[in-house]
Design a binder for this molecule. Structure first.
Ligand code: ZN
Length: 136
């Protein structure tokens, strides 16, 4: 089950530089800046109610984000939907013939587990599914 939009991700060259607009003018708080090694990305979150804007920046020269920024420039990179059970969701997508970038969930930011759906299957937009860690 898809629960909500967790975040909309914007690819940027420099999180700190772009964040000035969001924190300085829109008065949002930037938090959770971290490098997600598995995705070769540095990420930071701007919380807006139940959702976030995620700023994503390449963390290394071989990050897939480098190519994205080169060919398309900064802008919306993906939309992330929170799901209740990511294993089940990925299985169902594969069964229905959706093209997956991740055949299996993998580690995401903040101890989430994530899987990306190929834009070919979702109207040209990269979709990330995530499952939040259990709250204790
Ligand atoms: Zn994301």
């Amino acid at each position: 089950m898809v629960k909500r939009i967790d975040h909309i991700a914007i690819a940027v060259h420099d999180i700190d530089e772009v964040a000035r607009f969001y924190t300085g003018i829109l008065k949002l708080d930037l938090s959770g800046v971290e490098v997600v090694t598995e995705q070769k990305a540095k990420v930071g979150f701007l919380k807006i109610g139940e959702s976030n804007i995620e700023l994503v920046q390449p963390a290394s020269d071989d990050s897939p984000l480098v190519k994205f920024l080169e060919t398309r420039g900064p802008g919306i990179h993906h939309i992330c939907l929170e799901v209740e059970d990511i294993e089940k969701e990925v299985e169902e997508l594969k069964k229905q013939g959706a093209r997956m970038i991740d055949e299996m969930p993998r580690p995401g930011a903040h101890n989430t587990r994530v899987a990306f759906i190929h834009p070919k299957s979702s109207g040209g937009v990269l979709i990330e599914l995530n499952q939040l860690p259990e709250r204790h």
